[in-house]
Each structure stands twice: as C-alpha cells, then as structure tokens.
Design a protein around this ligand. Structure first.
Ligand code: HEM
Length: 106
C-alpha cells in the first residue's frame, strides 16, 4: 500500500548518514536523488561493489524492488557494501519509499 512521505522523512534520517537525496553529491553511499527508475549501481561518480553492479543488470529500481532490498539489503544483494541491516517494519519501508519517490521525477 501507499506509504506516507512525511513519516518517511523521519525514517530517512537513518539513511541520510550515508545518502544525499536533495543533491547528486555522493557520500559513503550513492545519491538517492532520482533513484526510482534508475538501474541499480549506476549513479555517476559513485564506486559500487561488483555485487551491486552485477545485481543491477537488466533491472530498474521501482517500488517492488526497493521493498525487497530495504527489508534485507545484504540478503537481496549478496556482497553489497551497504552496511545497513535493513528496516524491520514494512510500514517504515513503504514510508521511506514514498519519501524517496518525492525526489524522483516521473
Ligand atoms: C546503496 C537505499 C541506508 C550505504 C543503496 C541503494 C539504495 C539505498 C536504493 C542502491 C542505489 C543505487 O543503485 O544507486 C538506502 C536507504 C537507506 C540506506 C533507503 C535507509 C533506510 C544506508 C546506510 C549506509 C548506506 C545507513 C551506510 C552505513 C550504502 C552504500 C551503497 C548503498 C555504500 C552502495 C552499495 C554497493 O555498491 O554495494 N542504498 N540506503 N545505506 N547504500 Fe544505502
């Protein structure tokens, strides 16, 4: 179901340690500006793990793929260098995706 972007902004504080979303500047993690609709592992100027670029072949980040990834990043992308255990509460996942969506056109 649809998430709540305002609630997602609070959840995103956990992500903001490593990710920008209101700019395309890379941090420890790639910028998530415009990530929805983008092929995994392709933000310009970010050095991804081989695991992430291999995972991304033929895929696009959409709500369904983000939902599985954010629940268990290291289970879904084995060998990813995203050192984050994932979000346990499915509501947090839906809400943070709704927030991330507001920074992705179309
Ligand atoms: C990659 C989301 C938390 C570090 C990614 C990607 C997404 C994402 C969608 C893939 C981006 C792409 O393909 O361009 C999130 C969200 C988070 C979160 C929504 C919070 C719920 C974190 C945290 C860290 C982190 C806390 C640092 C401790 C990274 C790194 C990558 C990455 C290093 C690249 C992974 C690789 O190349 O294997 N993240 N992330 N993320 N994230 Fe996160």
């Amino acid at each position: 179901q649809e998430g709540d972007a305002a609630a997602g902004a609070t959840v995103f504080k956990k992500c903001a340690v490593c990710h920008n979303i209101d700019s395309d500047k890379q941090k420890v993690g790639p910028s998530l500006q415009g990530v929805i609709g983008r092929q995994p592992g392709t933000a310009a100027g970010f050095k991804y793990s081989k695991a992430m670029t291999d995972f991304g072949a033929g895929k696009v980040w959409d709500e369904a793929l983000l939902t599985t990834y954010l629940a268990d990043p290291r289970g879904v992308v084995k060998g990813t260098k995203m050192a984050f255990p994932g979000l346990k509460d499915p509501k947090d996942v839906a809400n943070v995706i709704a927030y991330v969506k507001t920074f992705s056109p179309a």
